[in-house]
Write a protein that binds this ligand. Structure first.
Ligand code: B4P
Length: 273
């Protein structure tokens, strides 16, 4: 019998919470982590090692915090005051961990669902999203990965004519940072991090944009902790703010049943606002 598949929301270094959640999941289940394995939480190094050591029991997507770690390791970024990635960068197995992480995908299609860290730019249909994910993954996993991340930071709107650093940035933004888009143009907003109730009137969630080209595709994503849990047939949002004192969530794909682990507050949201 095929092993059951569970998608798991953002860990951000919260290994204790993950271990608690895994006690509720069959030992032979397949796990699909939605990215942001590291940063802000207490045990980024241990969490990264733990997930890597799950081997072929788990698939792991890249999130914006994982990309930040890669960019710092590539010399393209620096460690910020509240980052918890320094122990990874000075670890004896740093190179092994970074090599493993940079070979992770941006988008996975399984069981009729598309899994991404934050979402899919509404301007992309599924074949385009697939093509762009493979393009960026190839750069990240390739020999010139450091150059590929050299211009990663910042918000760039997608344009099919983009080349080089700007193209890479726009692809990564479209998969790993998207939350709200402009309700007229569909352009990504990079400032608002609140839930939907607090957004300015010109913005709407990316998944509600009426011209979204993946509208017929069930999508499962994390990233947006202030959004809250969504478990609809076409949309599954499962970053339920483990880091911020919420819960770590797993979604059993077979029947869309939710499993949660109540988490302590590993980081105070007030310190980040
Ligand atoms: N192209 C690029 N350009 C720039 N940076 C890039 C980048 N690519 C990667 N990065 C990296 O991306 C990272 C994130 O940067 P930020 O953009 O600064 O951080 P964030 O929104 O806090 O991100 P997060 O992903 O943690 O979101 P969450 O919903 O959990 O939390 C969102 C907010 O919700 C708040 N919040 C959570 N729970 C709350 C609660 N219960 N009450 C009130 N507020 C709450 C928190 O304060 C938090 O700030 C950085 O490491 C950065 O370097």
């Amino acid at each position: 019998m095929a092993r059951e598949l569970f998608a798991i929301g953002d860990l951000q270094g919260c290994l204790e919470s993950l271990k608690g959640l895994l006690e509720q999941i069959p030992e032979d289940a397949e796990l699909l982590f939605l990215g942001d394995i590291v940063n802000r939480g207490p045990e980024s190094l241990e969490t990264l090692r733990f997930v890597k050591n799950l081997g072929n029991r788990a698939d792991t997507l890249l999130g914006n915090h994982d990309l930040h770690l890669l960019a710092v390791a590539a010399g393209a970024g620096s460690v910020h005051r509240r980052d918890t990635i320094s122990d990874i960068l000075s670890a004896p197995d740093r190179d092994e961990l970074i090599e493993w992480l940079r070979a992770r995908p941006l988008m996975i299609e399984r069981d009729g669902i598309t899994f991404v860290h934050a979402g899919i730019n509404p301007a992309w249909d599924l074949p385009t999203a697939r093509m762009l994910a493979r393009e960026a993954e190839k750069h990240l996993a390739g020999r010139h990965w450091k150059e590929a991340l050299a211009g990663m930071y910042g918000g760039t709107q997608w344009d099919p004519d983009l080349k080089g650093e700007a193209r890479m940035r726009a692809i990564l933004n479209g998969f790993t940072r998207i939350r709200f888009v402009d309700r007229e143009t569909g352009e990504l907003d990079f400032d608002q991090k609140e839930g939907t109730g607090k957004a300015p009137p010109n913005l709407m969630p990316w998944f509600d944009y009426p011209l979204r080209k993946t509208a017929g595709t069930p999508v499962c994503f994390g990233h947006w902790s202030t959004l809250g849990l969504i478990n609809r047939p076409d949309l599954m949002a499962i970053d339920t703010g483990c880091l911020w004192g919420g819960e770590l969530t797993a979604l059993r794909i077979r029947d869309r049943r939710i499993f949660t682990e109540k988490c302590p507050c590993w980081a105070d949201p007030k310190a980040y606002s």
